[in-house]
Design a binder for this molecule. Structure first.
Ligand code: ZN
Length: 96
């Protein structure tokens, strides 16, 4: 048994790992709806969240965004509004 990052879906797991279903994902107004990217998740909401986390977590000033996902190119888009919360970071500076 080995614990590896799956080459396919990017998740860490044992070599018995089974990938979650693939979803198409797009950010309207930025990505082409006809040429969406892919992500792997168990349901539509998780897919939208994962796509947002994978692609937009490094924004310096994160803002809410809209993500569309669907299981196959023939399906209609399921649309999600992603709310972003900034996590506060604390630093201690010694007072002299
Ligand atoms: Zn996988």
């Amino acid at each position: 048994m080995s614990y590896d990052r799956c080459k396919h879906c990017g998740k860490w797991g044992w070599d018995t790992h089974v990938c979650p279903p693939m979803w198409y994902a797009a950010r309207p107004d930025h990505d082409s709806e006809d040429d969406p990217e892919t992500t792997f998740a168990d349901d539509a909401e998780s897919a939208a969240l994962k796509y947002a986390e994978d692609n937009f977590s490094n924004w310096e000033y994160p803002s809410d965004l809209e993500i569309w996902v669907k299981r196959s190119m023939e399906d209609p888009w399921e649309k999600f509004a992603i709310e972003v919360e900034s996590v506060p970071e604390f630093h201690a500076g010694r007072i002299k």
